[in-house]
Design a protein around this ligand. Structure first.
Ligand code: ZN
Length: 319
């Protein structure tokens, strides 16, 4: 009865799942990530999430032999740093040690998007491939790599930053402060800023009306879809640019790495569905170098659970 726990620590939620030895999900929990306080408070909520998921799985802590935690930020040897959206995670510290002390179990820490890539590789859309790039289009644009069947994290944990590949030199300002990154065109946060600038310059859009009508404080992926469905040309133009940037960026990554598959997921990709995947595929093709091109662009299949599942799988494999 070997069980493994996987945790996906996000800026908004902490999702936790309990996996059996065949990677079936036995139980899950979702708690709010603290927005104030320090890292001790975050680790306490991680612990509470583990107990809640175990409860749902009808399992106990004694049944668990390892815990995996997917976290935003740059991960090196169980330490994490550089995650601005989780309290206390900007400066580097050993998250593995803190969670181990809290739960008394071996803990494996991995970047959240890399964890999701592992899940899509082992049991999701890219099952059976050896080399893959995962692209997640949401508030920002994240990337994760599995090369030769193993997660590729780079020498200092910084690999897979797909969103900050430059597709236009001197282009739009990215939330990272640089210019011309893919995220500057395809990240929802950047698209909202572009829409706000367009309105100030006299343009019109129903994006912010849709946001109010849906009672949202932010322009979520669902708000974007609603604006598109109402024929909003400004949002349609922003989406065209996003798709062009993703197509060029994905093709560049494929030209560099010759991966078997690219999995595309995240809030915006999931909401816009097959049409979005098809359009990104069409935008990618003209930039591919290898002929005939053999790469496949696939839709992610594991949704919100991917990060937690991938972290759990890695924790078991390295326990
Ligand atoms: Zn950037």
């Amino acid at each position: 009865m070997a069980r493994t726990v996987g945790v996906d620590l996000g800026g908004t939620n902490i999702s936790t799942i309990v996996l059996d030895e065949d990677d079936a999900v036995l139980g899950a929990s979702k708690l709010k990530t603290p927005t104030t306080g320090d890292r001790t408070g975050v680790v306490e909520v991680i612990g509470a999430g583990v107990y809640a998921a175990l409860d749902e799985a009808d399992a106990r802590l004694e049944d668990i032999h390892a815990v995996g935690v997917g976290t935003p930020g740059v991960v090196v040897d169980g330490t994490v740093g550089g995650a601005a959206n989780v309290p206390g995670f900007l400066e580097r510290f050993s998250l593995a040690q803190m969670v181990t002390e809290h739960l008394g179990k071996p803990v494996r820490i991995i970047n959240d998007v890399t964890a999701a890539a592992v899940a899509e590789h082992r049991i999701g859309a890219a099952r059976g491939t050896h080399d893959l790039l995962c692209v997640f289009v949401g508030t920002g644009v994240g990337g994760g790599l599995v090369l030769d069947d193993r997660p590729y994290e780079g020498g200092r944990g910084g690999a897979g930053e797909f969103g900050h590949m430059v597709v236009r030199q001197g282009g739009a300002v990215c939330p990272c402060g640089r210019r011309g990154c893919i995220e500057a065109y395809a990240g929802r946060r950047a698209m909202v800023l572009a829409a706000e600038r367009a309105v100030v310059a006299g343009g019109s859009t129903v994006l912010f009306d849709c946001m109010e009508e849906k009672g949202k404080e932010r322009a979520t992926s669902g708000v974007f879809l609603a604006a598109l469905e109402r024929g909003d040309t400004l949002v349609a133009d922003l989406l065209d640019e996003a798709i062009e940037a993703l197509g060029a960026g994905i093709a560049s990554a494929v030209n560099l790495l010759d991966v078997d598959a690219v999995v595309i997921g995240g809030g915006l990709a999931d909401k816009l569905g097959e049409k979005f995947r098809y359009r990104v595929d069409a935008a990618m093709r003209p930039h591919l170098f290898l002929h005939p091109p053999r790469v496949e662009l696939l839709a992610a299949t594991l949704g919100d659970h991917a990060g937690a599942i991938g972290a759990g799988i890695l924790a078991r494999e390295h326990a």
